[in-house]
Write a protein that binds this ligand. Sequence first.
Ligand code: ZN
Length: 442
Amino acid sequence: MQDFDPRRPSFRIAPRVVAGAAALFGLFIVWKATDTGSKPADPPQLSSAAVLALQHAAFTQAEAQPGFSRPENVAVKVLPGETLESAVERAGVAPDEAEQAVGLLSQAMDTVNIRAGMAFEAAIAKPRAERGHARLIGLSMRAGPAKSITLSRTFDGALRLRELQEQILDDTVAANGKIEGSLYESAARMGATPTITAQVVKLFSHKLDFQRDIQPGDDFKLVFNRKVTESGKTIETGDLEYAELHGVRFYRFERAGGSADYFDEHGKNIKGFLLRTPVDGARITSVFGKRRHPVLGYTRAHQGIDFGAGTGAPILAAGDGVVLEARRWSGYGNWLRIRHTGSFDTGYAHVSRYAPGIRPGVRVKQGQVVAYVGSTGLATGPHLHYEIWQNGQRVNPLGAKIPQGTVLAGAELARFRAEKARIDRLLGENQAMAAADTVVRR
Ligand SMILES: [Zn+2]
């Protein structure tokens, strides 16, 4: 057999080599040949088994080419100030072959104004001899989110340009995952973009402490919309429709006015992160504002609201948070302060005693009993003096600026339930598929 000369294309490169080189670049569904040369008839549709067989044959064939080793992929990034041509040369191919390749690429893209860092993959066959240039078998690069450009050798040895334009599909992803690494990494494996994950983190920050509560191996579920290429690359994510972590569930729902918000499975808005009444069944006996102090006898601002209740009545944490202070504080007597997210604190004064385990640094859940009503400090009788602090300033607990929860009702609740059923169905299908998958693998 005579030696293979890369500059004098030989018929000995079988079509199977071309199939193999194309397979190196992954599977593209839609492609458009842009060369104007003699065009062979469209290749027949192949089954995946046939493609694998061809691919195997191609490598065997390429291996058998005298003078050249099996094609290999080389990842190349354009360096600052470098031309595309010299970047192709860096893959190991001869200058004239690089020039020819870039000439072809220029039919499909701007090959002059290229950015440093632009990446491509070159498939090259190295000469078996120590000397000489590698032969360029193919080249592939992404020219846009859904557009790839490839060069590959045809059976006659010529380089052919192909533009591969993938279709972009609207897709809804319903995914079950386990936390491995950070939530960002875990969600990215499901095809979620950082934008989607940021939304998830924001949602759960009302309910969970990501540092403490999230452990590797924890299950989580997401449903989100995205635009995806046929090869499965997420181009753009749309709305987060559902998120579940540690049994806490959020469903996205569009209100009658068009604004969207997240609700739990009962149709309750997550924004109700502070209870309106931290003592069950208690009535407000004194509101926020200027009044004559009942003990001191002079007028001063009342910096909270009072709830009338008997000594020992349980006081509930108004929201999830961490105990900031649990100590005696002059006229407030036994005082409890809880720090919540969104720069909100709640304060509880005159308490008779704290619930077991309540001390600074302890995490509490909304509705958890944290203390008991009393009359310690300056108080005429047992009551809860309740305060809300925002950014270190006391604010009126009945004021509009405190986020309050919304519970859906009537027609809106009916619409919400239909929407929830749709999401639950998607998750159910996803789980059924995962189960089937497990059966197949066993
Ligand atoms: Zn008070």
